[in-house]
Ligand binder design. Sequence first.
Ligand SMILES: Cc1cc2nc3c(=O)[nH]c(=O)nc-3n(C[C@H](O)[C@H](O)[C@H](O)COP(=O)(O)O)c2cc1C
Length: 182
Amino acid sequence: MEVLEAIRTRRSIRKYKSDPVDDKTLETVLEAARQAPSWANTQCWHFVVVRNAETKGKLSDTLNDTNPARDAVRNAPLVIVACAEKGKSGHKDGEPVTDKGDWFMFDVALAMQNLVLAARSLGLGTVYIGRFEAREVDRILSVPDGYCAVAMTPLGYPDETKEPRPRKELGEIVHYDKWNDK
Ligand SMILES: Cc1cc2nc3c(=O)[nH]c(=O)nc-3n(C[C@H](O)[C@H](O)[C@H](O)COP(=O)(O)O)c2cc1C
């Protein structure tokens, strides 16, 4: 699938078939994440692949009852938790070099976007999940000090088709030469 087609047709998928994801397919999406750019090539990301049903259940419980992705974390064949090493991205000699502090959220997002688009191109579904008890996830997965869980996604074959969600028009978000009110 062409990259533009994958971008255009990706949807957040929250219902998954029980069909497993084979190791080669999993490696292809992880490889896409690995190829992402990052601050000074620091590659602060790590990915924890969870297939164990009990652990998926525990991860699911870190999402609150109202999070629409809660059941997907429990039921998808696997879950990928993206973690970051802190104090690397956006840093030089241990100090942040911009007013924005640690850029790990940015770099992990780039890797995750590669991952979800690769997944889409292989017919797999994903949904970014950012709202969960991250400290609890760190504990469940034994994430070491200096690292933190940032985001997760279930990975599996979609068991639903989704209509596109609305997006702002380009005219609302693009400015030429300077920021101008339309
Ligand atoms: C950083 C981030 C965090 C998100 N967190 C959640 C979440 O906790 N639960 C959930 O169901 N969806 C979550 N989403 C999915 C968004 O709701 C979804 O991407 C958005 O509504 C657009 O829909 P689409 O992905 O189908 O285009 C998150 C998306 C992003 C980018």
